[in-house]
Unconditional design. Sequence first.
Length: 390
Amino acid sequence: MNFRLITSAIMLLMVCACTSVVQLKEDLSERVFGREQASDMSELVTIEKPSIQGKLLWKTSLSASLDFDFTPAVADGFVYAASLKGDIVKMNANTGQIAWRINTGEDLTGGVGVADGKLLVGSEKGYLIAYDLNGKPLWKTKLSSQVLSVPMLDANIAVVRCGDSRIYGVQLNDGSKKWVYERSNPTLTIRSSAGVAVGDGFAYAGFAGGKMVAIRVEDGKLVWEVSVAQPKGTTEIERIADITSSPVIDGPLVYAVAYQGKVAAVERGSGRVIWNRDISSYTGLDADGGKVFIAHANSAIYALDYASGKTFWRQADLKQRRITAPLPLDSAVVVGDVEGYLHFLSREDGSFLGRMETSSGAVMPKMTSLGKNSLVAQNRNGDVYAVSIK
């Protein structure tokens, strides 16, 4: 944890008695998890004999994102991406050739979700907007607040999380609201783009205070609730233990990690915590091949055993580089950083296999797999690009 940034945030809390809670949340998030380069960011270690080379397959440009997180979606050989200024673009996944480009007329803050022949994005004014895969508008539904995360689709229902932490079930065919799940949260929370994970008729979501829930997609009913982390400390900032990234489903387990908290493996059917570890993360984790890969809040990367939480390896040479959630590919684990680099790590021991400079823009928190050895990413400058490794 960067204590200088935390101290600044505490001072901000003390002197801003008249500041609204919303403004304070945004200031706190930006000071603790700012998108700019940190003064104590580590220099990159030279890779003497790289065994992996990254190749830029294609790139296209949208508008800059400011502080909103966008994740490209991949479906049936195409990539779909959105931007703050309302653009949505559909590209050939192999060549980057643009099939169509439209503008929604809204400032977008969340997306893209694609399934069942439909594409969904969320807006700053709280609209959920649906298109078919030819770019034809289908419907537009007003929700309670900004949609800051990717809409997820399951069983003809879109599961959408808003900035006020309400989760909606929206009918895919006409955009009507079927249910809403809401809960009370601590006064001070970290603004994030944490979304939901869906699978087999259930949605999993993490909240402020370190709680994770399972909700039935059909009717929005709570199935179980568990504590991933317990708030600690004497000040409100010290007691922040928010789950600021989406849970990850892997077979019978679902994983979640909290900032200033723990990572936990939870049995999907019962909500029983199988194991937990004291690891803090803001951008999140992924799971593949019997390992759980985590981006620590200080930008170390961990590989843990999926069944026990035992550490396989830890890579600590990217300190404070604001890394993305790890993306497991066939031959490596990939993370992006605040300077636009992609780092290729060994799945077996975490050593550096290669590195690629993409552009000067910070890579968004979550990248998307294009295949066993390729990915698509979006940065804060608005670039969307596909990269292969060999």
